[in-house]
Design a protein around this ligand. Structure first.
Ligand SMILES: CC(=O)[C@@H](O)[C@H](O)COP(=O)(O)O
Ligand SMILES: NCC(=O)COP(=O)(O)O
Length: 237
């Protein structure tokens, strides 16, 4: 079974638009768990435009399922994660001014750095995952960093799905086979949606977890959060 971790960045975006506490991020996260999601993901960015560092600390106190914190491991992020001790940290090489995550790690070029940071998190008992493009060489490089898992960056799959889904998923199947052969766990995320999730989960061998935020919150505007969480759970069975 593939676990659904809901990314609540967009709930914080909405809350921050008015400066108050509506919607209440902690309540929404608890409700998402009550609706059946098996995890909560946040991606605090240095400008705190959605998830604030404080939110990450507060969520840790109430998240009863798996808590996954994503981000670029700069000194402030490392300090946050070591203090919060989530179940999983996902390292993403996003630039400070990036609108959203836009590439995976070059696990060969940044191997020494990743190895060092990953060992810090693993020593603290935190499972590690690193964001990678669907490229077998990058998966091999990930193995040498000592990471427990990779998160496959699914933007190219999501973009290519409507024109040729078989072609769009091909590199992901190859990358997943490589990860399985090296005994690295597989997560995936970015732009996954109700439309494209089932084909992805049915075709990726050993897919442990997907983190989904943007599309899931947009779909909930029409269909309701409880309903949408359960629609994803049904597609991930
Ligand atoms: C790591 C990743 O794929 C991102 O999708 C992310 O966590 C979402 O970040 P934003 O909500 O800031 O776009
Ligand atoms: N790791 C991906 C994630 O958390 C959510 O990405 P998106 O669904 O908001 O694109």
């Amino acid at each position: 079974m593939t676990k659904l971790s809901v990314n609540v960045n967009k709930i914080a975006t909405l809350r921050n638009a008015r400066g108050g506490n509506v919607p209440n991020l902690l309540k929404v996260a608890s409700d998402i768990e009550r609706f059946g999601a098996q995890g909560i993901t946040v991606h605090p960015r240095p400008d705190e435009r959605h998830i604030r560092y404080r939110d990450t600390r507060d969520l840790k106190k109430i998240v009863a399922t798996e808590f996954n914190v994503e981000g670029n491991p700069n000194p402030k992020f490392i300090e946050l994660v070591l203090g919060v001790k989530p179940d999983q940290v996902t390292l993403v090489p996003d630039a400070v001014d990036a609108i959203t995550s836009n590439s995976g790690w070059d696990t060969i070029k940044h191997q020494e750095f990743l190895r060092e940071v990953i060992s810090k998190f693993k020593d603290a008992g935190i499972r590690t995952s690193i964001f990678v493009d669907p490229d077998e060489q990058m998966v091999k490089g990930a193995k040498s960093t000592g990471t427990d898992r990779i998160e496959l960056y699914t933007e190219s799959y999501a973009t290519g799905y409507s024109s040729n889904k078989e072609m769009a998923i091909k590199p992901f199947i190859e990358a997943a086979k490589m990860a399985n052969s090296l005994n690295i766990g597989i997560n995936a995320g970015h732009d996954l949606s109700l439309e494209n999730i089932q084909f992805f989960s049915e075709n990726i061998p050993g897919l442990l977890e997907v983190s989904i935020g943007h599309a899931l919150i947009c779909e909930s505007l029409y269909l309701g959060l409880d309903n949408v969480v359960n629609m994803y759970l049904n597609k991930l069975k």
